[in-house]
Write a protein that binds this ligand. Structure first.
Ligand code: NAD
Length: 490
């Protein structure tokens, strides 16, 4: 059973850490069968707790449909676990590396060794997948894990704690509950690796705290991900993808399209098609059963302020799907909102929106679009919709973002074999795919010297063999005979 309930004292955190450290030292590298068994246990636990998870998440958000939790979280977790189990043998395999001429017949190889204890810090927006996929990755790489879910989804975090306490020994996997204060203590522990998912602002603090012990980090942060729609490319598929990407989880998705860049001739068509598509997806408007509420009053107020600020600075605001005759009684619903004619004076064009608001900006040429993106912090994701391959290639080649989706939004996250991560202010490092396994493993290079090799003969006093070796490696043309010691051309 997990030993600690909130509030947790720093000394308790350390005790928990030391317990895992001792366990790691006594059993440092679980074999493939143990790792697969742990992955299978995690998979079974998630499925066994499915109902509880769906209920807790909906209660935490105010509303989130079971379908959305199933599709956006549980399916992804199960798929990731299955992927890791399937690939594990290949991931763990010792890798032969090239051996230089003078070191033959030695052997060089890389051994992927568990790092030890991995800290995982998670946000609230996908409270299951953003805890369970890092956990599964860490387990696959043979590690022990301390996990801190978010305080903003307290019911779900309680379920996570209970589920993992029933599934794993604390020395293998431990859950620590708490808010920013606990997070600050947690991020100061001497982990062997820390995977933090959350805001860029808190990511900075976590990086500072981790630097005390030089803890290696994976930072999965946020940012403003643009969606670029090629001229004339407003069609059913495009709009469905954009609305799906933007409004899933009520827009509270790190890789959701943050703002749209639409050709100026297409602006009105885009607005109409977006509005129509929202009405098809959510026939009862913001009170539709499939429409997710905003997680907290604070975030709800923040979104209202973003819209009000844009309105006051001259934007046209369109609330889609709202029926003026039907009062909205469900808590913290926020209508899908378009901000037309957004400009850089508005906060909505600076802050990560993280809600169902989509600013629509217009462009005349694709060069303008590329310049606009490049003049801003590097985004976590970038989306391009269009069939103009030259234009698409120009966008991909000349911009830098964590990941890219072409003719889809947010689907890259579901590709288990692709690395997932940001760059610069949107993140550091990646997980998913082999990149995740490697981030949580130490790539230990091993060189085994053979009984006989030329390298064994290269020692003082240097003579003709050393000369030969130098000619072989440096060549004859660059004569380095200035000190008279190296006689070339023998
Ligand atoms: P957050 O940064 O506020 O919190 C993340 C975690 O850090 C939580 O567990 C929280 O308790 C903890 N924390 C808060 N303050 C802390 C402090 N001072 N020191 C240490 N820990 C602290 O993020 P959030 O509001 O939960 O999540 C939203 C953000 O996360 C958005 O910016 C979003 O883009 C980002 N996000 C990124 C990804 C990704 O994969 N890149 C995924 C989801 C969310």
């Amino acid at each position: 059973m997990n030993a600690f309930a909130e509030p947790i004292h720093p000394s308790q955190l350390e005790a928990l850490f030391n317990q895992q450290r001792q366990a790691f030292l006594s059993q440092p590298a679980p074999d493939i069968s143990k790792r697969k068994a742990q992955l299978a246990m995690l998979r079974s636990a998630v499925l066994a707790f499915r109902d509880e998870i769906e209920t807790a998440i909906s209660a935490d958000f105010g509303n989130r449909s079971r379908h959305e939790t199933g599709i956006m979280e549980l399916a992804g977790v199960v798929q990731a676990i299955d992927y890791l189990s399937r690939k594990l043998r290949r991931f763990m395999k010792r890798q032969r590396r090239h051996v230089g001429l003078f070191y033959r017949a030695g052997q060089a190889y890389v051994e992927y060794q568990p790092k030890g204890i991995i800290g995982v810090m998670a946000p609230w927006n996908y409270p299951i997948s953003l805890t369970m996929i890092p956990l599964a990755t860490a387990i696959a790489a043979g590690n022990r894990v301390m996990l801190k879910p978010s305080e903003l989804t307290p019911r779900t975090s309680e379920v996570i704690k209970r589920m993992l306490a029933e599934t794993f020994a604390t020395e293998d996997v431990a859950v620590v509950l708490g808010g920013p204060a606990v997070g600050a203590e947690f991020s100061g522990l001497p982990f062997d690796h820390l995977l933090f998912t959350g805001s860029t602002q808190v990511g900075r603090q976590v990086m500072k705290a981790a630097s005390d012990h030089l803890v290696p980090l994976t930072l999965e942060l946020g940012g403003k991900s643009p969606v670029i729609v090629s001229q004339g490319h407003i069609n059913d598929q495009t709009m469905k993808s954009i609305v799906f990407g933007k409004l899933s989880n009520g827009g509270q998705t790190c890789v959701a399209p943050d703002y749209a860049l639409v050709h100026e001739d297409d602006r009105d068509a885009f607005v109409k098609a977006y509005t129509d598509t929202v009405a098809r997806f959510y026939p009862d408007g913001p009170t539709s059963v499939d429409y997710t509420s905003i997680v907290s009053d604070g975030h709800h107020a923040r979104l209202l302020n973003l819209v009000e600020d844009a309105r006051q600075k001259g934007a046209k605001v369109i609330e889609t799907g709202v029926n003026p005759e039907r009062a909205i009684t469900r808590i913290r619903t926020f209508a899908p909102t378009l901000i037309i004619d957004a400009n850089d004076q508005m906060a909505v064009m600076h802050e990560e929106i993280f809600g169902p608001i989509l600013p629509v900006c217009t462009y005349r040429t694709i060069d303008e679009v590329i310049e606009y993106v490049n003049n801003r912090p590097r985004p976590l994701a970038l989306y391009y919709f269009g069939y103009d391959n030259d234009e698409r290639d120009a966008v991909l080649r000349r911009t830098t973002s964590g990941n890219v989706g072409v003719n889809n939004a947010i689907m890259h996250v579901a590709q288990d074999d692709l690395p997932f991560g940001g760059i610069g202010p949107s993140g550091m490092g990646a997980y998913h795919g082999i990149e995740g396994f490697r981030a949580m493993s130490h790539a230990k290079g091993v060189f085994v010297q053979s009984r006989w090799s030329l390298a064994r003969l290269l020692h003082a006093p240097f003579g003709s063999l050393a000369n030969f070796a130098l000619v072989m490696t440096l060549g004859r043309s660059r004569k380095r005979a200035a000190d008279g010691k190296i006689k070339l051309g023998f």
